[in-house]
Write a protein of this length. Structure first.
Length: 409
């Protein structure tokens, strides 16, 4: 067997076999090994750590990644317990976070302690739909007007076509946007426990076929016309939402502010208004938060979400009010895109992480696990925001990073 592997490596190095062709010639685990050995010789490197993993590459072949040579390991820690009172997440939760940034998990952990001691976090999902926006080209504005009327008149037929592509998805709304002779049809679908991007794409392709058959003068330029808007910050997602629109809130007690966070409501409120709102506005930002992306990225990596969707999922707003000597604080995430089935959620370590939260796989009823994960995510974001604002108000940020985020050796 060793001689056969050496022969295959030689053929790859000599250009007789391309990296991507190996998967067609052998099982996923062997093709991964051959690619890695060939790459070691081609680059003069040793990739033993990349090759050390529990992943069965036969299971992920043609599913999660291509030209695989191994896996990258990132530390996973937990913050909590974090007390949550949502529609779907109720109780005390440990929140797994995967990161290489020292002090991040400690920050969320201290925020979780303060929130839990104050009675916990209330969370609500206000909207739930994944979107895709096909772009159609017409010849004139007169035709655009007629096309919009046709879309409205045939909405039920479009709904039937979209719903025919999935057992779990359901078309929720259709919205149209116009620029000159271009029309975007923003399709919003509920997607069960899946994040839903593939689901709504397949449905949108079917809808486009129907429209071109029934309205031939409308030509589909692209099944995704960027009005979706996927993996990009956008005003449309901030205003109308994409994925799950979630609000998490808490009333942090004066005693907890003083003993756990070593600050007070007035100081945190001042930092939030001047930093998150005034500072963001002066910088020309459309998002008003301290570090949503830190927590979102760490939780996405740990749970097998689409990492590129951190872009829109971390958009949002932190709001604070002084109530007596207590602090009201909330986070609003208009475009949180999470799922518990599909994509990277089926990988072995990610399945274990999801099981920590109690959301591994499909929920009963369908969609309940994804909603629960969204509520836990929003609560964790709130914990991270609270602690960072507190640390800024007491000038502890640099000290925390010196202690936990730097290698002093």
């Amino acid at each position: 067997m060793e001689a056969e592997i050496d022969r295959l490596v030689d053929r790859v190095i000599n250009g007789e076999i391309q990296f991507h062709e190996l998967d067609q010639l052998m099982n996923g685990n062997l093709s991964t090994l051959v690619r890695r050995l060939a790459l070691e010789r081609l680059t003069g490197t040793t990739l033993a750590s990349i090759g050390s993993t529990i992943i069965d590459y036969e299971e992920i072949k043609n599913r999660n990644a291509e030209n695989v040579i191994g896996a990258v390991q990132v530390p996973v820690g937990v913050a909590g317990p974090l007390r949550i009172s949502g529609r779907w997440a109720r109780g005390d939760f440990y929140v797994p976070l995967s990161t290489t940034e020292g002090a991040l998990i400690a920050s969320v952990n201290r925020g979780a302690k303060a929130l839990s001691l104050s009675g916990g976090v209330k969370v609500r999902i206000l909207e739930d739909r994944m979107t895709r926006a096909p772009l159609f080209r017409l010849s004139s504005v007169e035709e655009v007007e007629e096309f919009l009327q046709w879309i409205h008149a045939n909405e039920e037929r479009i709904r039937e076509e979209a719903n025919s592509t999935t057992s779990f998805g359901k078309l929720k709304d259709l919205e149209t946007f116009v620029l000159g002779n271009n029309v975007w049809l923003r399709i919003g679908m509920e997607s069960g426990d899946a994040m839903g991007m593939n689901m709504v794409t397949l449905a949108s392709e079917k809808v486009c076929q129907l429209i071109e058959e029934m309205y031939p003068s409308a030509k589909c330029v692209a099944v995704s016309g960027n009005m979706c808007s996927d993996k990009k910050q956008s005003a449309v997602n901030s205003l109308l939402g994409r994925g799950k629109t979630v609000v998490a809130e808490a009333l942090v007690k004066e005693e907890v502010l003083r003993t756990v966070l070593r600050t007070d409501a007035e100081s945190i409120n001042d930092v939030n208004l001047r930093k998150n709102f005034l500072g963001s506005a002066r910088a020309g930002s459309t998002q008003f938060n301290a570090h949503f992306a830190n927590v979102i990225a760490a939780l996405f990596l740990a749970t097998g979400q689409d990492m590129a969707q951190v872009v829109e999922s971390s958009m949002g707003y932190t709001w604070t009010e002084v109530r007596g000597k207590d602090l009201y604080i909330s986070v609003t995430l208009p475009s949180l895109e999470v799922g518990t089935v599909g994509g990277g959620t089926g990988l072995p370590t990610q399945r274990e992480v999801l099981s920590i939260i109690g959301v591994q796989g499909g929920g009963n009823p369908p969609g309940s696990n994804a909603k629960k994960l969204a509520e836990v995510t929003a609560a964790a974001v709130l914990a991270g925001e609270l602690n960072l604002l507190a640390a800024l108000s007491t000038r502890e940020l640099g000290r925390a990073h010196r202690k936990l985020g730097r290698n002093s050796k």
